[in-house]
Design a protein. Structure first.
Length: 311
């Protein structure tokens, strides 16, 4: 028995409609082309140019761009100064990712639970994010100054003068000072993301947990934190990338010192490229940093994605 014509048309219609949807209209290129041109000019071309310069001994000024192969990368591999900068970068990155996210979650929970002046607290916590890294660095450099800084003045006033230290001039405290001031500046940004995640969690889950007798810590551990996994992924990746690229605060507060105690990869790229006129070597370092960020980001996203919960 043959298939009725009406049924055959009904069966074939969706397929043909799907085919029509898959067609790419030529005029779509008109909308894509401007962005593609800009992306090519400002991202792809400079990246390819940097990749080439990393194999040269260019000083950044002269027209003499001499190809030297993998000499820059060999020097990076054997340079104690680069190894120290990499160590400082990793210490700062781990510290900032952990501390910024803990502070951001704590502030988000407080703002989410507070009943009065919620917008005021949100604005106060977010305000440091609006400051540029340069301005923040100058502010904290004055606060932590050994002679007239607020911290040491307060310690002297309350009878703890023996606790006064050179927060930015002592290698034992310089990195800690940079890390804590950066947490103060950046945590508010991640708080907003966590706050959005908290407000998307159904209230029925907390109500059910209260009925079952769960305390605040149990609710956070077994309900709130698992459902914040998506926000955790975003915030940890963003804070990790930001920490690996930290520059402004170090440039203003410590200049990479004392000695090389706070010199990071981004700062050594600047110092070598513009201070020592070794653009080729600095560009090679930048390419190494790019690969490090790419690898760590991919691994981090893969690990964090596995624990995300859908609801």
């Amino acid at each position: 028995m043959g298939i009725p014509a009406s049924t055959e048309k009904a069966t074939l219609a969706p397929a043909s409609a799907r085919k029509r949807k898959k067609k790419h209209h030529p005029f779509a290129v008109v909308f894509i082309l401007p962005s593609l041109i800009l992306y090519t000019l400002f991202i792809i071309v400079p990246t390819l140019g940097s990749a080439y310069l990393s194999f040269t001994s260019w000083d950044g000024i002269s027209e003499d761009i001499r190809y030297i192969g993998f000499a820059n990368f060999a020097e990076i591999w054997s340079s104690p100064r680069v190894h120290n900068a990499l160590k400082n970068t990793l210490i700062m990155t781990v510290s900032l990712v952990v501390l910024e996210n803990i502070a951001a979650i704590a502030m988000a929970l407080m703002v989410d639970k507070v009943r009065w002046f919620k917008n005021l607290f949100r604005s106060i916590f977010y305000f440091p994010t609006l400051l540029s890294g340069i301005v923040m660095g100058f502010v904290w450099a004055m606060i932590l100054n050994y002679n007239f800084g607020v911290v040491n003045q307060i310690l002297n006033q309350i009878g703890l003068g023996s606790w006064t230290v050179d927060w930015l001039g002592d290698p034992k405290y310089a990195m800690l000072s940079v890390i804590l001031s950066t947490v103060w500046k950046g945590a508010g940004y991640y708080m907003i993301i966590y706050l959005a995640g908290l407000q998307s969690i159904p209230a029925e889950l907390s109500e059910a947990a209260n009925i079952d007798g769960a305390n605040g810590w149990q609710q956070f551990r077994f309900i709130t934190f698992p459902l914040l996994a998506g926000s955790v992924t975003v915030c940890m990746v963003l804070s990790m990338i930001s920490a690996l690229k930290i520059f402004d605060q170090i440039a203003v507060m410590t200049d990479g010192g004392p000695g090389f105690a706070t010199e990071t990869l981004t700062y050594i790229i600047y110092k070598v490229g513009f201070g020592e006129l070794r653009q080729g070597f600095g560009t090679a370092l930048a390419m190494v940093l790019f690969v490090i960020i790419l690898v760590i980001t991919v691994i981090q996203v893969k690990i964090l994605r596995k624990r995300e919960v859908q609801y």
